[in-house]
Design a protein around this ligand. Structure first.
Ligand code: NDP
Length: 294
Protein backbone atom coordinates (compact mmCIF):
# COMPACT_ATOMS: atom_id res chain seq x y z
CA UNK A 1 0.00 0.00 0.00
CA UNK A 2 1.29 3.46 -0.76
CA UNK A 3 -0.19 6.44 1.05
CA UNK A 4 -2.03 9.39 -0.43
CA UNK A 5 0.37 12.33 -0.37
CA UNK A 6 -1.22 15.38 1.24
CA UNK A 7 -0.01 18.30 -0.87
CA UNK A 8 0.45 21.32 1.39
CA UNK A 9 1.52 23.53 -1.51
CA UNK A 10 -1.78 23.02 -3.33
CA UNK A 11 -3.90 23.41 -0.18
CA UNK A 12 -1.96 26.52 0.93
CA UNK A 13 -2.56 28.07 -2.50
CA UNK A 14 -6.28 27.38 -2.07
CA UNK A 15 -6.24 29.18 1.30
CA UNK A 16 -4.29 32.12 -0.18
CA UNK A 17 -6.75 32.36 -3.06
CA UNK A 18 -9.69 32.46 -0.61
CA UNK A 19 -7.95 35.25 1.30
CA UNK A 20 -7.08 37.14 -1.91
CA UNK A 21 -10.73 37.10 -3.02
CA UNK A 22 -12.05 38.13 0.41
CA UNK A 23 -9.52 40.99 0.63
CA UNK A 24 -10.51 42.23 -2.85
CA UNK A 25 -14.15 42.10 -1.80
CA UNK A 26 -13.43 44.00 1.43
CA UNK A 27 -11.56 46.63 -0.52
CA UNK A 28 -14.45 47.01 -2.96
CA UNK A 29 -17.24 47.10 -0.37
CA UNK A 30 -15.51 48.97 2.49
CA UNK A 31 -12.59 50.71 0.74
CA UNK A 32 -10.40 49.01 3.32
CA UNK A 33 -7.67 46.36 3.19
CA UNK A 34 -6.37 44.35 6.16
CA UNK A 35 -3.02 45.49 7.60
CA UNK A 36 -0.39 43.30 9.27
CA UNK A 37 2.42 44.77 11.38
CA UNK A 38 5.51 42.58 11.65
CA UNK A 39 7.96 43.27 14.45
CA UNK A 40 11.48 41.90 14.11
CA UNK A 41 14.06 42.48 16.84
CA UNK A 42 17.71 41.87 16.00
CA UNK A 43 19.40 40.23 13.03
CA UNK A 44 18.67 36.49 13.34
CA UNK A 45 18.90 35.31 9.69
CA UNK A 46 16.11 32.70 9.96
CA UNK A 47 13.74 35.22 11.60
CA UNK A 48 14.56 37.84 8.93
CA UNK A 49 13.78 35.29 6.20
CA UNK A 50 10.44 34.35 7.82
CA UNK A 51 9.43 37.99 8.20
CA UNK A 52 10.36 38.80 4.58
CA UNK A 53 8.34 35.82 3.41
CA UNK A 54 5.30 36.94 5.45
CA UNK A 55 5.58 40.48 4.06
CA UNK A 56 5.87 39.18 0.50
CA UNK A 57 2.78 37.01 0.91
CA UNK A 58 0.85 40.01 2.30
CA UNK A 59 1.72 41.99 -0.82
CA UNK A 60 0.61 39.15 -3.10
CA UNK A 61 -2.80 38.99 -1.41
CA UNK A 62 -3.51 42.73 -1.19
CA UNK A 63 -2.86 42.88 2.57
CA UNK A 64 -1.04 46.01 3.75
CA UNK A 65 2.26 45.12 5.38
CA UNK A 66 3.91 47.40 7.93
CA UNK A 67 7.41 46.27 8.88
CA UNK A 68 9.15 47.31 12.13
CA UNK A 69 12.77 46.26 12.47
CA UNK A 70 14.30 47.10 15.85
CA UNK A 71 17.96 46.73 16.88
CA UNK A 72 19.04 43.70 18.94
CA UNK A 73 19.68 45.92 22.01
CA UNK A 74 16.04 47.15 22.12
CA UNK A 75 14.79 47.28 25.72
CA UNK A 76 11.67 45.59 27.06
CA UNK A 77 10.09 49.01 27.57
CA UNK A 78 10.82 50.11 23.98
CA UNK A 79 9.33 46.93 22.56
CA UNK A 80 6.24 47.11 24.75
CA UNK A 81 5.81 50.79 23.78
CA UNK A 82 5.83 49.79 20.12
CA UNK A 83 3.22 47.08 20.78
CA UNK A 84 1.05 49.67 22.60
CA UNK A 85 1.41 52.03 19.63
CA UNK A 86 0.38 49.28 17.20
CA UNK A 87 -2.55 48.29 19.45
CA UNK A 88 -3.83 51.88 19.20
CA UNK A 89 -3.22 52.23 15.44
CA UNK A 90 -6.49 51.62 13.51
CA UNK A 91 -4.46 50.95 10.34
CA UNK A 92 -3.03 47.81 12.01
CA UNK A 93 -5.32 44.78 12.24
CA UNK A 94 -2.78 42.11 13.11
CA UNK A 95 0.44 42.29 15.12
CA UNK A 96 3.07 39.64 14.66
CA UNK A 97 6.10 39.72 16.94
CA UNK A 98 8.62 37.36 15.34
CA UNK A 99 9.90 34.77 17.83
CA UNK A 100 12.33 33.95 19.27
CA UNK A 101 13.16 37.36 20.72
CA UNK A 102 16.73 38.13 21.87
CA UNK A 103 17.41 36.47 25.24
CA UNK A 104 17.23 39.66 27.37
CA UNK A 105 13.59 40.25 26.37
CA UNK A 106 10.61 38.71 28.18
CA UNK A 107 8.64 37.04 25.38
CA UNK A 108 5.60 36.22 27.49
CA UNK A 109 5.26 39.78 28.79
CA UNK A 110 5.39 41.12 25.21
CA UNK A 111 2.81 38.65 23.88
CA UNK A 112 0.49 39.47 26.81
CA UNK A 113 0.51 43.12 25.73
CA UNK A 114 -0.85 42.44 22.23
CA UNK A 115 -4.50 43.46 21.85
CA UNK A 116 -6.55 40.25 21.83
CA UNK A 117 -8.34 41.32 18.65
CA UNK A 118 -4.95 41.79 16.88
CA UNK A 119 -3.33 38.57 18.11
CA UNK A 120 -3.04 36.94 14.69
CA UNK A 121 -0.42 34.47 15.94
CA UNK A 122 -2.98 33.22 18.46
CA UNK A 123 -0.39 33.07 21.27
CA UNK A 124 -2.15 35.40 23.74
CA UNK A 125 -2.94 33.39 26.90
CA UNK A 126 -6.62 34.35 26.66
CA UNK A 127 -6.82 32.97 23.11
CA UNK A 128 -5.05 29.78 24.21
CA UNK A 129 -7.33 29.57 27.28
CA UNK A 130 -10.44 29.83 25.13
CA UNK A 131 -9.05 27.15 22.84
CA UNK A 132 -8.73 24.86 25.86
CA UNK A 133 -12.22 25.44 27.20
CA UNK A 134 -15.33 23.58 26.20
CA UNK A 135 -17.95 25.78 24.57
CA UNK A 136 -15.53 28.70 24.04
CA UNK A 137 -13.77 29.74 20.87
CA UNK A 138 -10.59 31.75 20.54
CA UNK A 139 -10.53 34.78 18.23
CA UNK A 140 -7.46 33.30 16.54
CA UNK A 141 -5.97 29.82 16.34
CA UNK A 142 -2.15 29.52 16.18
CA UNK A 143 -1.15 29.30 12.52
CA UNK A 144 0.72 25.97 12.31
CA UNK A 145 -1.94 23.93 14.19
CA UNK A 146 -4.66 25.72 12.19
CA UNK A 147 -2.79 24.68 9.03
CA UNK A 148 -2.63 21.05 10.20
CA UNK A 149 -6.39 21.06 10.84
CA UNK A 150 -7.03 22.44 7.36
CA UNK A 151 -4.84 19.68 5.84
CA UNK A 152 -6.88 17.05 7.72
CA UNK A 153 -10.14 18.67 6.63
CA UNK A 154 -9.09 18.86 2.97
CA UNK A 155 -8.04 15.20 3.10
CA UNK A 156 -11.49 14.25 4.37
CA UNK A 157 -10.21 12.62 7.56
CA UNK A 158 -12.90 11.66 10.07
CA UNK A 159 -11.77 13.00 13.43
CA UNK A 160 -14.85 12.20 15.47
CA UNK A 161 -13.92 9.25 17.68
CA UNK A 162 -10.51 8.83 16.03
CA UNK A 163 -7.49 8.02 18.20
CA UNK A 164 -5.12 10.95 17.65
CA UNK A 165 -1.57 10.93 18.92
CA UNK A 166 0.46 14.12 19.13
CA UNK A 167 4.19 13.86 19.45
CA UNK A 168 5.36 17.02 21.20
CA UNK A 169 3.70 19.44 23.63
CA UNK A 170 5.12 22.86 22.74
CA UNK A 171 3.02 25.99 23.17
CA UNK A 172 3.15 26.79 19.47
CA UNK A 173 2.40 23.36 17.96
CA UNK A 174 1.78 20.31 20.17
CA UNK A 175 -0.42 21.81 22.86
CA UNK A 176 -2.82 23.85 20.66
CA UNK A 177 -2.96 20.91 18.24
CA UNK A 178 -4.13 18.65 21.08
CA UNK A 179 -6.84 21.12 22.02
CA UNK A 180 -8.05 21.45 18.42
CA UNK A 181 -8.26 17.70 17.88
CA UNK A 182 -10.05 17.28 21.17
CA UNK A 183 -12.55 19.98 20.13
CA UNK A 184 -13.03 18.00 16.90
CA UNK A 185 -14.08 14.99 19.03
CA UNK A 186 -10.91 12.93 18.59
CA UNK A 187 -9.55 10.99 21.56
CA UNK A 188 -6.22 12.66 22.09
CA UNK A 189 -2.96 11.34 23.52
CA UNK A 190 -0.04 13.72 23.96
CA UNK A 191 3.40 12.11 23.92
CA UNK A 192 6.65 13.86 24.89
CA UNK A 193 10.23 13.18 25.91
CA UNK A 194 9.13 11.43 29.13
CA UNK A 195 6.53 9.14 27.53
CA UNK A 196 7.18 5.55 28.64
CA UNK A 197 6.09 3.43 25.72
CA UNK A 198 5.86 5.62 22.65
CA UNK A 199 5.56 2.60 20.37
CA UNK A 200 2.37 1.39 22.11
CA UNK A 201 0.75 4.81 21.65
CA UNK A 202 1.81 5.08 18.00
CA UNK A 203 0.41 1.64 17.17
CA UNK A 204 -3.05 2.83 18.25
CA UNK A 205 -3.01 6.12 16.33
CA UNK A 206 -5.52 6.70 13.54
CA UNK A 207 -4.08 10.20 13.22
CA UNK A 208 -0.49 11.13 14.09
CA UNK A 209 0.80 14.68 14.42
CA UNK A 210 4.59 14.68 14.73
CA UNK A 211 6.07 17.90 16.14
CA UNK A 212 9.28 16.98 17.90
CA UNK A 213 12.19 18.31 15.84
CA UNK A 214 14.02 14.94 15.70
CA UNK A 215 15.21 13.74 12.30
CA UNK A 216 13.02 10.90 10.98
CA UNK A 217 12.49 9.44 14.48
CA UNK A 218 9.20 7.75 13.53
CA UNK A 219 9.62 4.89 11.07
CA UNK A 220 7.00 2.94 9.11
CA UNK A 221 7.22 -0.14 11.35
CA UNK A 222 6.08 1.96 14.34
CA UNK A 223 2.80 2.97 12.68
CA UNK A 224 -0.69 1.52 12.53
CA UNK A 225 -1.62 0.64 8.92
CA UNK A 226 -3.83 3.33 7.38
CA UNK A 227 -2.82 6.09 9.85
CA UNK A 228 -2.99 9.70 8.63
CA UNK A 229 0.37 11.34 9.31
CA UNK A 230 0.87 15.10 9.58
CA UNK A 231 4.59 15.76 9.90
CA UNK A 232 5.31 19.21 11.32
CA UNK A 233 9.01 18.63 11.93
CA UNK A 234 11.63 20.47 9.92
CA UNK A 235 15.11 19.01 10.36
CA UNK A 236 18.36 19.29 8.45
CA UNK A 237 19.77 15.95 7.30
CA UNK A 238 23.29 15.70 5.97
CA UNK A 239 23.29 15.08 2.23
CA UNK A 240 26.55 15.50 0.30
CA UNK A 241 24.61 15.46 -3.00
CA UNK A 242 22.61 18.56 -1.99
CA UNK A 243 23.94 22.04 -2.83
CA UNK A 244 23.85 23.17 0.81
CA UNK A 245 25.27 19.85 2.09
CA UNK A 246 21.96 18.96 3.72
CA UNK A 247 18.29 18.51 2.90
CA UNK A 248 15.16 19.13 4.93
CA UNK A 249 13.34 16.13 6.37
CA UNK A 250 10.56 15.65 8.89
CA UNK A 251 10.18 13.86 12.20
CA UNK A 252 8.80 10.90 10.25
CA UNK A 253 10.82 8.74 7.87
CA UNK A 254 8.75 9.49 4.78
CA UNK A 255 9.93 6.56 2.65
CA UNK A 256 9.06 3.80 5.13
CA UNK A 257 5.99 5.59 6.55
CA UNK A 258 4.32 6.06 3.18
CA UNK A 259 4.20 2.29 2.72
CA UNK A 260 2.10 1.91 5.89
CA UNK A 261 0.14 5.15 6.24
CA UNK A 262 -3.17 5.91 4.56
CA UNK A 263 -2.14 9.51 3.94
CA UNK A 264 0.96 11.53 4.77
CA UNK A 265 2.39 15.04 4.39
CA UNK A 266 5.85 15.35 2.82
CA UNK A 267 8.64 17.56 4.18
CA UNK A 268 9.11 20.00 2.59
CA UNK A 269 5.78 20.78 0.93
CA UNK A 270 3.38 19.63 3.65
CA UNK A 271 2.72 21.68 6.78
CA UNK A 272 5.38 24.31 6.00
CA UNK A 273 3.47 26.24 3.28
CA UNK A 274 0.30 26.21 5.43
CA UNK A 275 1.67 28.30 8.30
CA UNK A 276 1.98 31.62 6.42
CA UNK A 277 -1.27 30.97 4.52
CA UNK A 278 -3.11 30.61 7.86
CA UNK A 279 -1.45 33.79 9.14
CA UNK A 280 -2.96 35.59 6.16
CA UNK A 281 -6.38 34.08 6.94
CA UNK A 282 -6.03 35.24 10.57
CA UNK A 283 -5.11 38.77 9.42
CA UNK A 284 -8.21 38.87 7.22
CA UNK A 285 -10.27 37.76 10.22
CA UNK A 286 -8.70 40.51 12.35
CA UNK A 287 -9.77 43.09 9.76
CA UNK A 288 -13.29 41.63 9.72
CA UNK A 289 -13.42 41.93 13.52
CA UNK A 290 -12.23 45.55 13.30
CA UNK A 291 -14.85 46.36 10.64
CA UNK A 292 -17.61 44.75 12.71
CA UNK A 293 -16.77 47.12 15.59
CA UNK A 294 -17.03 50.27 13.42
P1 NDP B 1 9.89 22.18 20.71
O1 NDP B 1 11.35 21.88 20.77
O2 NDP B 1 9.37 23.38 21.40
O3 NDP B 1 9.09 20.91 21.29
C1 NDP B 1 9.46 19.61 20.97
C2 NDP B 1 8.56 18.65 21.69
O4 NDP B 1 8.95 17.34 21.33
C3 NDP B 1 8.63 18.74 23.22
O5 NDP B 1 7.35 18.67 23.77
C4 NDP B 1 9.48 17.52 23.60
O6 NDP B 1 9.11 16.94 24.84
C5 NDP B 1 9.13 16.55 22.49
N1 NDP B 1 10.20 15.58 22.29
C6 NDP B 1 11.52 15.79 22.13
N2 NDP B 1 12.18 14.64 21.96
C7 NDP B 1 11.27 13.67 22.04
C8 NDP B 1 11.33 12.25 21.95
N3 NDP B 1 12.48 11.63 21.74
N4 NDP B 1 10.19 11.54 22.07
C9 NDP B 1 9.00 12.16 22.27
N5 NDP B 1 8.89 13.51 22.35
C10 NDP B 1 10.00 14.25 22.24
O7 NDP B 1 9.54 22.16 19.18
P2 NDP B 1 8.36 22.88 18.33
O8 NDP B 1 7.05 22.37 18.76
O9 NDP B 1 8.60 24.33 18.30
O10 NDP B 1 8.71 22.32 16.88
C11 NDP B 1 8.69 20.94 16.59
C12 NDP B 1 9.17 20.75 15.17
O11 NDP B 1 8.24 21.40 14.29
C13 NDP B 1 10.53 21.36 14.85
O12 NDP B 1 11.18 20.54 13.92
C14 NDP B 1 10.19 22.70 14.21
O13 NDP B 1 11.19 23.13 13.32
C15 NDP B 1 8.92 22.34 13.47
N6 NDP B 1 8.02 23.47 13.23
C16 NDP B 1 7.51 23.59 11.97
C17 NDP B 1 6.64 24.61 11.67
C18 NDP B 1 6.07 24.70 10.29
O14 NDP B 1 5.57 25.73 9.91
N7 NDP B 1 6.10 23.62 9.52
C19 NDP B 1 6.24 25.60 12.66
C20 NDP B 1 6.76 25.33 13.98
C21 NDP B 1 7.64 24.30 14.24
P3 NDP B 1 9.30 17.69 26.26
O15 NDP B 1 8.14 18.67 26.33
O16 NDP B 1 9.20 16.61 27.23
O17 NDP B 1 10.62 18.38 26.20
Amino acid sequence: MSATIIDGKVIAEKVREEVRLAVANMQQVHGYAPGLATVLVGEDPASSTYVRSKQRTCEQLGIRSLGYHLPAETTQKELENLVAELNANPEVNGILVQLPLPKHLDEEAVLNKIDLAKDVDGFHPVNIGRLAMKGRDPLFIPCTPAGCMRLLEETGVTLKGADAVILGRSNIVGLPMAMLLQKADATVTICHSRTKDLQAHLKRADVLIAAVGRTEMVTGDMLKPGVVVIDVGINQKEDPTAKRGYRLVGDVDFESAKEVAGAITPVPGGVGPMTIAMLMANTLRAAEIALSKK
